[in-house]
Ligand binder design. Structure first.
Ligand code: NOJ
Length: 578
């Protein structure tokens, strides 16, 4: 019979762990989630037309479950002329026949649920396709019911004072665009429509006219579209281009910066065409709508910010009534990002200062893959393991992209005639477009990498699928894919890696990054960013240790860090030995 003190202590411990369990149960699912982005054209082709589809995703749910992902974010699969491969939506409440049907979508949702995987959709609120019925109507005259659903302007006299040479290039009938705003994809952001004798604004391709969010009917329609999918059971949305919903009502010129961009246009600072404060009112109303649904639906933002302080406002600051997971693009895509312990120490430490849960991102469908950006051409897989370690052991939700856990590489077209992404055609050769990071998923070493039965896939299959593929890597204990699986399994089960605060143990080492995740049994993560073995500084972790995971199996034999050496690019995750 235990003593009273012991029984009390036991009772206390039990109630503490009951509290911890209750907390864990109450924590929304997205807080610790691994979210996996799927580019639907490129994941799995179930009908042999060379383009991926929804059934192709359903067929691969076993793999995703085995990998350990909590949710998939599917890039737009709605009807679309596919100018921007789905980001030009012509109907928000249906599925593009190329990708299947609503019934296929519902089946995917059902099957994903059986695999404990949630489905997040991409919501493009800033613009529609120019083939959307709303725009067709809006563009038909100045006085139709949708006349004010987009951003229309008469333009200004071509000879008016202050008109820039850039504006003059876009003259129509003596009128030029009302200001110097540029499309992100090149040229003026204004397009002339003869039927209205007006320009409309498009931040992206001219086939992507911007909606007028100052018109309440637009908000109502778009929130309606979101409810359509929430009612079907989606777990939330990734909000595309969310910072650009509003433009300056006075249409002031954006300040010019030195030099020209890849499209040959003057560089601008998007002072009056991006990040207007009005967007936050919309997001707060959106969050209130989403919160009415059960099951912790989540809003994720495509939030490229200048710095970490800028990220705070996407959470709603201290009120936290806006996005639950605005993306931190600074660690992985910051303008000075490089494979360097100092860079990651600084940006990961910053990442911990935001008012809500961080969401770290290294890969997406718009940027060359991180294995190439952080690789040196010789140790790319080793370096990718280091990046995976940061992604999956930091205190953060984690976003990964199809193919990243395999080490799929960026296969940028080498000839202009092969380019599919329009910016790669207009910007060639300075800007080769985004095809390189969108090539078909590599499932097997076989024909078309197991992506499709059709040899004519929409983008070529990367020849490196002979070795870089799911089948081969699952069978290799030391593969990048198995490192991802190990880390994901660990972060699910280890309390320190799930919730523990993150602190950096060595602030000066140029080569080795060491951080600790606090908990009753803390976890220390060590990553060697250099190509040389690095001796671990004495006293960084005292006492006997137990290895939770290591890229080099020999490390697992060590019982203390004192005097131990990290092999080149090694990652080592330890906890005190009991
Ligand atoms: C961001 C998306 O990620 C990108 O692919 C797209 O071209 C633009 N927004 C426009 O929707």
């Amino acid at each position: 019979m235990p003593s009273l003190a012991r029984r009390l202590a036991l009772g206390f411990a039990l109630s503490l762990s009951a509290v911890a369990a209750a907390h864990a149960a109450a924590a929304p699912w997205w807080k610790h989630a691994v979210i996996y982005e799927i580019y639907p054209r490129s994941f799995g082709d179930s009908n042999g037309d060379g383009v991926g589809d929804l059934r192709g995703i359903t067929q691969h749910l076993d793999y995703l479950q085995k990998l350990g992902v909590d949710a998939i974010w599917i890039a737009p699969m709605y009807p679309s002329p596919q100018v921007d491969f789905g980001y030009d939506i012509s109907n928000y409440e249906a599925v593009d026949p190329q990708y299947g049907s609503l019934a296929d979508f519902d089946a995917l949702l059902r099957e994903a649920g059986k695999h404990h995987i949630r489905v997040i959709l991409d919501m493009v609120l800033n613009h529609t396709s120019d083939k959307h019925a709303w725009f067709v109507e809006s563009a038909s005259s100045r006085d139709n019911p949708k006349a004010d659903w987009y951003v229309w302007n008469d333009g200004i006299d071509a000879n008016a004072p202050g008109v820039t040479p850039f504006q003059k290039r876009f003259e129509h009938d003596g009128k030029v665009p009302p200001n110097n705003w540029e499309s992100v994809f090149g040229g003026s952001a204004w397009e002339w429509v003869p039927a209205r004798r007006q320009f409309y604004y498009h931040r992206f391709y001219r086939q992507q006219p911007d909606l007028n969010w100052r018109n309440p009917a637009v908000e109502q329609a778009m929130f309606g579209a979101m409810r359509f999918w929430l009612d079907r059971g989606v777990a939330g949305f990734r909000l595309d281009a969310i910072s650009t919903l509003f433009e300056d009502p006075r249409l002031r010129n954006d300040p010019e910066l030195p030099g020209t961009n890849a499209q040959g246009d003057p560089n601008l600072q998007s002072k009056y065409s991006d990040n207007l404060p009005e967007v936050h009112d919309v997001i707060r109303r959106m969050r209130a709508m989403v919160d009415k649904y059960p099951g912790h639906r989540v809003l994720i933002g495509e939030t490229y910010t200048r710095d970490i302080a800028d990220l705070d406002k996407w959470y709603g600051g201290a009120r936290r009534d806006e996005l639950q997971l605005p993306m931190n693009m600074l660690v992985g895509f910051g303008s000075h990002a490089r494979f360097d312990a100092g860079w990651f120490r600084k940006t990961l430490e910053d990442s911990q200062t935001v008012p809500g849960q961080p969401l770290i991102v290294f890969d997406n469908h718009d940027n060359p893959r991180s294995i190439d950006r952080f690789g040196d051409g010789r140790h790319d897989v080793q370096r990718a393991k280091a990046i995976a370690t940061l992604l999956l052991t930091s205190r953060a939700a984690a976003l990964t992209y199809y193919g990243a856990p395999l080490g799929m590489t960026t296969a940028t077209p080498t000839r202009k005639e092969d380019v599919r992404d329009p910016i790669g055609i207009t910007g060639w050769p300075k800007e080769k477009g985004r095809d390189g990071e969108r090539t078909p998923m590599q499932w097997t070493p076989g024909p078309q990498a197991g992506f499709s039965s059709n040899p004519r896939t929409w983008l070529p299959v990367n020849p490196n699928h002979a070795t870089v593929n799911v089948q081969t890597e699952l069978a290799e204990p030391g593969s990048l894919l198995n490192w991802y699986r190990t880390l994901i399994a660990l972060r699910r089960t280890n309390p320190a890696l799930r919730d523990g605060a993150m602190s950096f143990l060595d602030r000066t080492d140029p080569d080795v990054l060491v951080y600790r995740r606090e908990a009753a049994a803390p976890v220390t993560v060590l990553v060697n960013f250099s190509g040389e073995p690095q001796r671990i500084k004495a006293g960084i972790v005292q006492g006997a240790v137990h290895t939770l995971a290591a890229t080099d199996p020999a490390l697992a034999k060590a019982t203390t860090l004192d005097g131990a050496t990290l092999p080149p690019y090694a990652a080592w995750i330890v906890t005190p030995a009991r």
